[in-house]
Structures are given as C-alpha cells and as structure tokens.
Design a protein around this ligand. Sequence first.
Ligand code: RAM
Length: 515
Amino acid sequence: MNQIFYPQQALWAEKALAMAPEMNYRTVYPQSQIEWVKDDSVWQGIAIKKTAPAEEAFNDFFQFRTFSFDFGEHLVGRLEFELEYDRYNDAPVRVIAKFAETPYEFSCDFTACQSHLDHSWMQLETKIFDEAPAIVKLERRYAFRYLELKLGSPNYHTRLKSIRVIAETSAGECMPSPVKLTGLDAEIDRISNITLRDCMQSVFEDGPKRDRRLWIGDMWQQAKVNGCTFRNYELLERSLYLAASQSYEDGMIPGSIVLFGNNCHACNRVPTYALLVGPILHDHYNFYQRREFCLEMLPLALRQQELFREAINPDGTLAPREWWLFIDHDQAWLKPQTAALCSFVYSLRETAELMKKLSVDGYEAMLAEADELSGKMRSRLWDADRKLMRTDGQSGEESFSWATQAWMIMAGVPTAEQALQIWQSARQDKLIRQGRTPFIWGTIAEAGCKLGQIDDVLDLVRYYWGGMVQRGADTFWEVYRPEEALFTSYSDPMMNSACHAWSCLAGYLLRKYVK
Ligand code: RAM
C-alpha cells in the first residue's frame, strides 16, 4: 500500500469544504405554453410550437391537465409552484414533472430509454402528497428549458396558481470580452458563457443534467473560459482540492469525482485526465498568479507523470494497463495510446514551464525527457507521404485521426515544419477520422492556435460551434456531429447532455484571438 498523499488528503478535503461557493439565485418564470411537433426540417426532427401565453395556464380549475412550458432559456435550478383546490382531497395529490434540455429530449418517452447508463439521469419526478400542498417545492435540482407538468384528480378540481424556477449557479458576474464580438461570434461567446455558468455549481460540473460530476479533462477547458469570463479562481481551487482529496492509494488523482451532498467519491482512473493537473496549474498561474496554490499542488502533478512513465516502454510505446485512456467518445474505433503518450509529453512541457515560473528545479530534465520521447514518436509514426502522424496499433486508412494529430501538435512532438504540414494535410484530408465531441474539437482548435493558424481556427469555431448555434443550441452540447443529428455514445440520444462543460471553449478562443 502506498498512501502517497495520505497526510495531505484530509487537509485538502477540509480546505475544499471551507471553500464551498456562495451560490447566486434568480427567479425565472415560464414564457409560454408549448407543444412539440415532428418537423424534418429542424435539428433532430422536433420543433417547439407556442400554444398560449404562460399566464393563461393559471386561469381555470381543471380535472386533469398536462401543462407544457418553455422557460425561454436553459436553467439549472429548483421548481416551485402553487396549487389551489375546489374542495378537500379524499385521495393523495399526485404531480408528475418532466424536465428536458432540448426539443428532442422533450418529445421522448423517458420510460422507453434504451441507454446503458442509469435511467435515473432522465429528469422525471413523481411526487405524492397525502396533505394537499398549497405550494410544491421540488428539492432536486434540474437542468432544463422545457417542463411538462401533469396534475389532476377525478374527485376534485385543481388550479395551478403560479410556477417558477429558482435558478442557481456559483458563477458571478461575467467580464465583457476584451474585443467587441459581433454577429455569430457574439452569439457563440454568449452561449459558451451560459454553458459554463450552468456547469458552475458546487464544483465545476461536466453537465448539470448528466454526469453532474467533476471531470478533470472537462475542468481543464472550463478553467480557461472561466479565466476570461467569471474569474472564479476559488471554484477551481476547491474543485482541485476535492479531487485531490480522493486520490487513489498510489497517488493517481481520479478522472472524476461525484459529489452528492457531502458524499464525495472517486469514480475512474483516467491517466489522460490525470496528466492534465500540471497544465491546469500552469493555466491557473498564468491567469491568477496563485503561486502558493501551484506550489502546493505541484507534487500531485508530478506524481501523475511518474505513474504514467512506468507504462512507457524503452522504444517509446505504451504498455497496456487497466485504465481508461480517454481521448474522445470514439472508443470502438480510436486507439488512444498515441494521443495518450502525447498528453504525457504535453504535461511534461506545460509543467516544466510552470516550474520555471515558480523557480522550482528540475524543469530542464523534464523538457529533455519530452524531447527524447518526441524523437522516438517522430521516427516511429511520421508518414512522409500523407504528411500526418500515424496512430499506434492502427493500420491502413485507420491510422489517421484528427485526435492524434491534435495531441501531437499540442505536445510539440513533430518538428515545427512537420507540425504545419500536419495541420494543412489534416484539414484537407477527406478520409481522416473526425472528432465526435466538442472536447476533441476544442483541442484541435487549440493545436491550430499553437501553430498561429488563427484564421483557420476561427473558421472552425464558426463552423462547428456556429453550427450548433444555427441548429438552435441554448447551451453547447456534449456530443455534436453535424452529419448525424442523433449521434450518442450512450446507446440512446435522450441520454446526451445538452449543456456540457467541455463544449464552452469556443468563447475563450474568440475572446483570445478575434482582433
Ligand atoms: C462522459 C462525459 C464527461 C467526460 C467523460 C470522459 O462521462 O461526457 O464530460 O469527461 O465522459
């Protein structure tokens, strides 16, 4: 047993607890009553039609009614509504509430969900009261724009008197963009910020509908957007303390932690995320110069590298291990080893930069190690004809993926000349495996920025994130393939999260690079 951070873990948990964020609340009312209709001309085939102003729902007593409301924006919060009855209730009062983030989800029958994930993620709540309540306040937090509410009894009449949501977030005020963004850019920036806002809760969550947990990889991108919008650095530090407090016995930080109430648990071993601790700290230092915090967390970043290093063979390939090398939601096709090796090299280079800034010894050796491994990968994987890097373990056409090219560039593995060739070839190559999620597209965009290809990156942002805007996104989605509206990695698209942290990077890219 190697309880490597054992003495610090309790302290980190305590610090995280003391940093519980102050939440900001606002009351939001529905805008209209609606219905969903099939419409092949819109994204995912479902359109929302207004049927009446929201207030008209409050006029009459009814026997049974199903209300459908549109709150006009994506919200994370708790539902409250007031009821009135025309006589005493001689049977329990039952209300059924269904919450949905998108029109497609709203049209789905949640009880028919086919996903391999827990169906309890689908936001459906039945409440039964013996004593007829004048006001119903649902305790659970939901993420949604659309609400269906079923009420009624055969024995008495009910009236819905009012309804509202108390929306909550730990995001404060958003800084304006340093450059005035206009048109589509302004819209992408606005939606990125709302996406981040709704994922900023007690920690940085990945998605307020699902998985409602802190994933280190998602936070790597969230923290960049936070640094130029809400600037809530305490939330980043609390989130990292909390994740660190759950480190495994060998010192690996979990890929994710779940926090329900005060119960916090480590969820997965994901070294490709664990390696991002160093880069997260480097970004954190660049944004806020939090020297003490970075020094305190540096050993954790170094331990992640040590653990990964043990799996690297002398020839610079990666030995198999019982862990999850997450790169993109493309597990059946994409062999992640090469991109994972790159994330190690990226981690070395970013952490070395940080150590240099903190005046900590050892960064030269770290850079030398990054260079040595880069050399081995270049000679093994460079395809001089295609001007792309191959992926270990794949052959023929399957050798070429955007994910590998992006991580190669991020890590500085190719020479400067090769890196530019890769960027051009990958953009033109019709056969290269495309990304499945905004997470990998965000990494691709960052790789382009590293090469100074800003115009290409802005084109990508406007095409990919702009595409979601044009298809009606209120917040940016967990998965998005322009050519496959119902793409999912969870065996049922209703399980997808429509407000997802790793999709908000576009706002950061626009704020940083639009001149
Ligand atoms: C899913 C979510 C999350 C991501 C992991 C790897 O659970 O999309 O955001 O980080 O996969």
